[in-house]
Design a protein around this ligand. Sequence first.
Ligand SMILES: [Fe+2]
Length: 245
Amino acid sequence: MNSSTCMYDCSSLVRLGSSSSSRSDQETWRLLYDRQCQMLEGRACQEFVEAVQKIQPLIYNLPNLELLSEQLYSYSGWRIFPVDGLVPSDDFFNLIGNRYFPVATFIRSGEDLDYSPLPDMWHDIFGHLPLLFNSSVYREFLENIAREIYQASDPDYKKTLENLFWYTIESGVCQENGELRVYGSSQLSSFNEISYALSEQVTVVPLEEVDIGIFSINIHTVQTTIFKIPCFDYLGQIDFKLLSK
Ligand SMILES: [Fe+2]
């Protein structure tokens, strides 16, 4: 979850155009893109695979956020909101609830493609934008849960919703033709996590069978317990009122 304070070493993150690595930002992006696309088949949900194919010309190279935002708006009514640092949680959800998706203007170091201490542009764009472009179910769920989180006054209910956001949008799997497939952005944008999420090392629990509010999330470690939904479109059927007790 985004936070206004950072206790992690973010010195490896670089502002676009200021890379001191042996690789340019463009080279870093292309390496990330090419290797991640090779990981999608048989792991990512069909909605995401189709979406990446559809918007490939827009994200194949390091994108210009202004142009990408215009294209996203014409497709979906959403815009990109560039952020050059951490966004306080309330601001983060307020932006999303008003159809502005925050995207970092910094990117991980070209020396370490597998790690970013914070969500960087690669994560934000590759992990979220394809489904934002291509799925009205995803867009509506994202907007609705963000509004609900922003407006929630009861701390327990707010935490439950934030957990739900994390264990769906950021780290979620769904059933697809009897198999598990990834739709969470953390896994979709990570070379290692997309395989790990589907490995026997991870406990997968049906989302509808748990009280999601009781879990404590550490976004800086891989998730050893994740939650599955019966199908991708189930996102559109989640009733927040049932979580408010
Ligand atoms: Fe994310």
